[in-house]
Design a protein around this ligand. Structure first.
Ligand code: GLY
Length: 362
């Protein structure tokens, strides 16, 4: 199957998507290193999939080591990055070496940040193992760790040289985590591609069941759309912000529940419903049927659509602190019709609060 390309001139890179490709990863990574390879993975991914990757690296004649950390968001810190830099030193990663992020969003963001800083930047590859990482975080070069004052606030743009995606790996995901990743897939259809949205509506049963052909198609189409945004606007000065559809509402919901109640994708799915509601309230919605279609698809994918109970005014306050807020003003990505969204600075905070309320339990 032909690779997709993220078109960034001399820094362009391929995204290889193919069932079973993990067993050939070594061959695909070999051209990206003139020295040693350090694979950074959480302990669970290392246990589930590490042997297959290690065997393929050895078969390709690559001198490699694996550094692990405890699975989960609390590991995405400067302290873990420091441990990984020590592992780079021990593994002998020099300017010709390669760091590989192997796992979900935490591994990818952390490994990318480690690679961006080590020796002022070494080459980097992404091998995502979760749906969310396959369709979003492994492509586009956003790397970061969390800081006490906010998530993802310390980071760098550092593009991978290659992304290797084996969609069959989602079969080992917890069902709830897998479904949460589907919210980002829905996002791509709504913001950019009506045909992809219609395909998801027709194949929701296959998607929620994790049927391999459906998963592979969804991953490929999502990566194709993501690659377009990254090539258009690498550092998010404009149109790349459309990828944040549902995220301003979603981040507020996550923050309000101290990141404990909702998985990120679940919060994004709920946030997309609130964004569609806000678009209607502000008179921006050109297709009044879009909120119903989007909601029905999220239902078919067994994703939650309501955020429980919380104070809408407090949630609105969280939006003003969102790192995407412009000088304390709330900025939202709002849909007009399937495949068309726009970024809007919203002054009418009462409308924002009403959209939060519309997406919560009474
Ligand atoms: N996750 C949004 C982006 O990569 O821009």
């Amino acid at each position: 199957m032909s690779a997709l390309t993220v078109a960034l001139g001399e820094r362009s890179y391929p995204i290889h998507i193919e069932p079973g490709i993990l067993g050939r990863a070594g061959t695909l990574l070999a051209p990206h290193t003139r020295g040693r390879v350090l694979v950074i993975a959480d302990e669970t991914v290392a246990m589930c999939h590490g042997a297959v990757l290690a065997a393929s690296l050895s078969a390709a004649g690559i001198d490699h080591r694996m550094a692990t950390f405890p699975a989960g968001e609390p590991s995405k810190t400067l302290a873990t990055a420091e441990r990984m830099w020590a592992a780079c030193a021990e593994a002998g990663i020099d300017r010709g070496g390669l760091v590989v992020g192997f796992g979900g969003g935490v591994s990818g963001d952390l490994a990318g940040f480690v690679a961006a800083c080590w020796m002022r930047g070494v080459r980097f590859a992404q091998i995502p193992t979760t749906l969310l990482a396959m369709v979003d975080s492994s492509v586009g070069g956003k790397t970061a760790v969390n800081a006490p004052f906010g998530k993802n606030l310390v980071g760098a743009f550092h593009q991978p040289g290659v992304v290797v995606i084996d969609p069959t790996l989602v079969a080992t995901m917890a069902p709830r985590e897998y479904r949460a990743g589907l919210a980002e897939v829905v996002k791509y259809g709504v913001i950019k591609d009506p045909a992809f949205l219609a395909w998801q509506e027709a194949n929701a049963g296959a998607l929620v069941a994790g049927e391999p052909d459906a998963v592979a198609h969804a991953v490929r189409e999502s990566c194709r759309i993501k690659a377009w945004y990254v090539a258009e606007d690498e550092t998010e000065q404009g149109v790349r912000a459309h990828l944040n559809y549902g995220h301003t509402f979603g981040h507020a919901i996550e923050r309000d529940t101290r990141y404990e109640r909702w998985l990120h994708g679940e919060a994004v799915g709920i946030g997309m419903g609130m964004a569609a509601d806000l678009s209607a309230r502000l008179g921006l919605l050109a297709d009044p049927d879009l909120p119903r279609r989007q909601g029905a698809l999220l239902d078919a994918l067994a994703l939650p659509r309501r955020a429980g109970r919380a104070d809408p005014e407090r949630l609105t306050g969280h939006c003003r602190l969102d790192k995407k807020a412009a000088a304390g003003r709330c900025r939202f990505v709002l849909p007009r019709r399937a495949g068309e969204v726009e970024t809007v600075v919203v002054e009418d905070l009462a409308a924002v609060a009403a959209s939060f309320a519309a997406g919560m339990d009474p």
